[in-house]
Write a protein that binds this ligand. Structure first.
Ligand code: FES
Length: 153
């Protein structure tokens, strides 16, 4: 971890960075914001960890827990809800064995997240699979997509 954090700090000093850019670099390096990384950076910069956690909890781009290798985002906006996004979401969580109240499978292969709108309402219900927007999703197609991802692992 130290080597990665040293590189992040190097970037911070070279490019006149700020707390936000440090967190972006940490998120990019680890896929989330490890508490230990924030504490180490805080000590090195003499900035209270609360400043970093305040930013990390404000912006949805940051994640405080490890995320899955594959990120599936189900749109929960009204048009998608009307077209069945809740059923897709429930089936996904069951299919991927994601515990109630959690968003990531225990094996860290999948994370299932929710979003209010991805700006493609005309294609509802919409699911984003590893950054690829897929419209007019159905439960059967969702299962096919999961199986494709499983075959890649
Ligand atoms: S509400 Fe789902 S894309 Fe807009």
């Amino acid at each position: 971890m130290d080597e990665v954090l040293d590189k992040i700090l190097e970037n911070y000093f070279e490019n006149d960075g700020n707390s936000l850019t440090i967190l972006q670099d940490i998120e990019k390096s680890y896929g989330y914001i490890p508490e230990d990384a924030v504490c180490r950076i805080s000590r090195k910069l003499d900035i209270p960890p609360s400043r970093f956690f305040g930013i990390a909890t404000f912006y949805s781009q940051f994640h405080l827990k490890p995320r899955g290798k594959h990120i599936i985002t189900v749109c929960r906006g009204t048009p998608c809800h009307v077209k069945g996004s809740e059923k897709i979401l429930n089936r996904l969580q069951m299919e991927l064995d994601i515990p109630r109240g959690e968003d990531t499978s225990e094996d860290l292969h999948f994370s299932v997240e929710e979003v209010n709108c991805v700006g493609a309402c005309g294609l509802s219900p919409v699911v984003v699979i590893n950054s690829q927007v897929q419209g007019q999703m159905s439960i059967n197609r969702m299962i096919e997509e999961i199986n494709k991802l499983r075959a890649l692992d």
